[in-house]
Design a protein around this ligand. Structure first.
Ligand SMILES: [Zn+2]
Length: 201
C-alpha cells in the first residue's frame, strides 16, 4: 500500500491508518472469529459519536451485530440489516437504543429541507435555530428524504420497536428490548412501553 497525497495531507486519515497499524499488530487470535455473532444478538442504535456500543453493552469483536444510523431509527435499511442478522446469521434478541440529547431532536424535515435547498455546506445552530453560513447553491432533493426526526425520546423508541415487531419478515419469536442511553451517566434506561411492545410471541 502506498501513501497518497491525501494521506499526507489529512491528519485524520494519517491518525486512523496509524491506529489501525497498531490494532493489526496486536490482532491476536481474532482471525479465528466466526462470521455469525457469538452471543446471537443485535443492537440498533444512533451514530452519535458519544455512544460506544462495544463499551456501553460490553461487546468484544465477534459478539453481536451493531446497526447504526442517525437516531438509531427503524428505517427500511435498518430493518433490512436486522432481517439478515436473524435469517442468515442467527441473532435471536434485538435491542433498540436511542439516547438523551440526540441531534435528531434538534431539527425537522422542513428545517433540513430548507437548509439543504440553499446550501450543502455545514450549517450552524444559533439561539434562533439552524442557519446556513453561506448560500453557495443547494438542492431540493431532500424533499424526497424522510430524516426520521423525533421530539419524544421514549415514544421514538417505542415506535421503532413496534415497527420492527410488526414487520412481516420479522418472526414473532424475537424479543426486542427498548432502551435510552443517558449521555450524562452512561446508563441504559429501559423504556417499559417499548419492551412491552417488543415481547416475544
Ligand atoms: Zn443521536
Amino acid at each position: 500500500m502506498s501513501n497518497t497525497s491525501s494521506a499526507e495531507n489529512s491528519p485524520v486519515l494519517t491518525e486512523v491508518l496509524e491506529a489501525n497499524k497498531q490494532y493489526a499488530d496486536s490482532f491476536g487470535d481474532k482471525a479465528n472469529l466466526a462470521l455469525p455473532p457469538a452471543r446471537a444478538f443485535a443492537i440498533l442504535t444512533c451514530m452519535d459519536a458519544r455512544l460506544d456500543p462495544a463499551k456501553y453493552a460490553g461487546l468484544a469483536e465477534g459478539d453481536a451485530h451493531v446497526i447504526r444510523n442517525a437516531g438509531g431509527r427503524a428505517s427500511d435499511d435498518a430493518i433490512r440489516s436486522l432481517i439478515i442478522s436473524h435469517k442468515l446469521l442467527g441473532t435471536k434478541e434485538w435491542f433498540v437504543i436511542h439516547h438523551t440529547d440526540c441531534g435528531m431532536q434538534l431539527f425537522t424535515d422542513e428545517i433540513m429541507r430548507n437548509l439543504l435547498s440553499t446550501s450543502l455546506l455545514t450549517a450552524s445552530i444559533t439561539d434562533a435555530g439552524w442557519k446556513n453560513n453561506d448560500e453557495s447553491g443547494g438542492s431540493d432533493e431532500a424533499k424526497f428524504i424522510s430524516f426520521l426526526t423525533f421530539t419524544d425520546l421514549a415514544k421514538s423508541v417505542t415506535e421503532d420497536v413496534k415497527r420492527i415487531k410488526g414487520h412481516p419478515l420479522v418472526p414473532k419469536s424475537i424479543p426486542v428490548y427498548g432502551y435510552i442511553y443517558d449521555v450524562k451517566s452512561g446508563k441504559l434506561i429501559e423504556v417499559p412501553d417499548a419492551t412491552k411492545a417488543g415481547v416475544a410471541g
